[in-house]
Ligand binder design. Sequence first.
Ligand SMILES: [Zn+2]
Length: 176
Amino acid sequence: MWFVTLSRLNRAHHHVLGELEALGLWSDSMAEVQVWLQPFAIGCFGWQDYGSSGDIHIPAVATPRILAKFGFNEGCSLRQLLRHEWAHALAHHHHDLVANRDFRQAFDGSHDCGRAVRSYCPTRHISPYASTQPMEDFAENFMHFVKHRGVPPAKWRNRHIERRWAFIRNLPNLFN
Ligand SMILES: [Zn+2]
């Protein structure tokens, strides 16, 4: 479908919350995050107010979703979108877990550096978008990690992706 309704968003949201809980990637402070259905967005499928409210916003109508409908770019399921945005929400509420050396070693740079640290490499980066900056690298890996319950499909079994997934796998041990 080319637009998002409140009932579809609620269903996807409920599903992803269950996944996060099952994987131990959920905390009381993340429960403060509100997920909003917005009317319209031009340049993105959704966004998260990193560093301000922490909330997640999903537009009912988004130009990339319309373009994907007609085959002009890749689509993104609502669940995948929410998993990606929840990675940003986790980083927002648990900044100490990503502002450290373990993160920099796993994702080739500091979480908040705001720029690409290495050009796109299909072995190292789980998607082209992951190469845009370390926080997106984290969110893209987190999205697939949650979808695949922490077990990487064969195509991603290499030392770069496994280093990133090991970082995510360890996060539940660090929540306090
Ligand atoms: Zn993102």
